[in-house]
Design a protein around this ligand. Structure first.
Ligand SMILES: Nc1ncnc2c1ncn2[C@@H]1O[C@H](COP(=O)(O)OP(=O)(O)OP(=O)(O)O)[C@@H](O)[C@H]1O
Ligand SMILES: [Mg+2]
Length: 357
């Protein structure tokens, strides 16, 4: 699949912009604060129904305007499709796919598979565990509607449980009922995360070796309390830890504590890796993410690469460009010095919310 046209109306610093995308490298070139990341954000919103930069949808509306609209056309197996996103200042939001209103986001996410890579992505390697959970959840959500639902339901239960734990009187029977529900969700989520980590390992190993001339071996470990437990065992485990939950007034066990450990040559990269090794590991993870989605969805994901060329050395840039030249990517950059001998590329100059090519 590939994206063919993007239309922005009152979106961030774009008042009215239409652009045709090529099924290749789409390079957005411009100085700082001109609107390059806004393009990446608009595409991301069409894929996930929300931004990754803000939780407040109406911040997306151009200052002084009443609403914003994004329209994205895409082509799958030679057929045309369309997605649109609308939000107004009263927070009335509407997402449509082929003119049909999307009621539940779980019904829609995964329609446009995306891999996003920005300087902040480095947090996957060196940041807090939540960043690694987001990384894995973003893959799982694009692959499985039931994963999204289990995850949403689990988070609802967790929120209720945490609010009960803050009370002076704690209704333990109610918490046990919640534990029963949560056990089912945990089992399914853990099984899915485990499967995805296995696949990420498979692809990462090959990519990392190619990237490092066979010098480095990468390994990703999935760290959870619930591996291979059945629902009863999970429930028992949650019940047994309730006394600590009560002391801490918060849930200490659950999939909200899961993490990934990333090793290079048997050493944990977040603790012992050099800056370069962390960047290489991340590049490997993102390309493995791409391969995994491509295999399981049986279509090519869109690569959104926001300002990452400045983060990589020329060897890794070349590796990346060779890797992606046959797929569709949206790349933003302030410098285009790395663009040499690449065919299938279109350059758009970005200046103060206007594009020219
Ligand atoms: N709601 C909004 N209305 C109007 N302009 C906005 C809105 N939100 C953000 N902007 C403007 O958009 C511009 C930033 O766009 P963007 O983040 O895409 O820049 P960029 O080209 O990626 O810059 P950099 O190279 O620094 O990353 C800023 O000038 C900001 O003021
Ligand atoms: Mg930017």
């Amino acid at each position: 699949m590939y994206l063919s046209k993007l239309k922005l109306e009152n979106f961030r610093n774009y008042e009215n912009q239409e652009l045709n995308l090529i099924n290749g490298i789409n390079l957005f070139l411009g100085d700082n604060a001109q609107g390059k990341t806004n393009i990446i954000e608009a595409i991301y919103i069409c894929a996930f129904g929300k931004s990754y930069r803000t939780l407040k949808d109406n911040e997306l509306i151009m200052f002084g305007k009443e609403y914003c609209r994004i329209n994205l056309d895409y082509i799958k197996n030679d057929n045309n499709f369309n997605t649109s996103f609308f939000i107004d200042i009263l927070n009335r939001k509407q997402i449509k796919n082929n003119e049909i209103k999307i009621k539940k986001i779980a019904d829609y996410v995964g329609e446009i598979p995306i891999v996003i890579f920005s300087p902040e992505s480095l947090d996957v390697v060196k940041g807090a565990p939540s960043k690694r959970r987001n990384f894995i959840d973003m893959i799982c959500c694009q692959l499985s509607k039931s994963y999204i639902i289990y995850h949403q339901e689990y988070m609802k239960c967790l929120k209720i449980k945490n609010s009960i734990l803050k009370n002076d009187y704690i209704d333990e029977n109610y918490i046990e009922v919640l534990h029963e529900k949560m056990s089912k969700y945990i089992k399914n989520i853990v099984e899915y995360r485990k499967k995805i980590v296995e696949l990420l390992n498979k692809y990462s190993k090959t990519i990392q070796k190619k990237l490092t001339d066979e010098k480095e071996e990468i390994e990703i470990l999935y760290n959870t309390d619930f591996l291979n437990m059945d629902e009863q065992e999970i429930k028992k485990y949650l019940d047994e830890h309730l006394y600590i939950d009560k002391l801490r007034k918060s849930s200490i066990k659950g999939i909200q504590r899961d993490d990934l450990e990333i090793y290079i040559n048997q050493k944990e990269v977040s603790k012992f890796g050099s800056q370069g090794q962390k960047r290489t590991a991340l590049l490997t993870l993102k390309l493995a993410n791409f391969e995994l989605l491509k295999e399981l969805k049986e279509e090519t994901p869109i690569l959104l690469l926001d300002d990452i060329m400045s983060e990589l050395d020329s060897k890794r840039i070349n590796f990346l460009l060779r890797y992606i030249e046959n797929y569709q990517s949206i790349i933003t950059t302030t410098e285009d010095t790395f663009v040499k001998d690449i065919s299938n590329i279109k350059i758009y100059k970005v200046s103060n919310g206007r594009l020219e090519n």
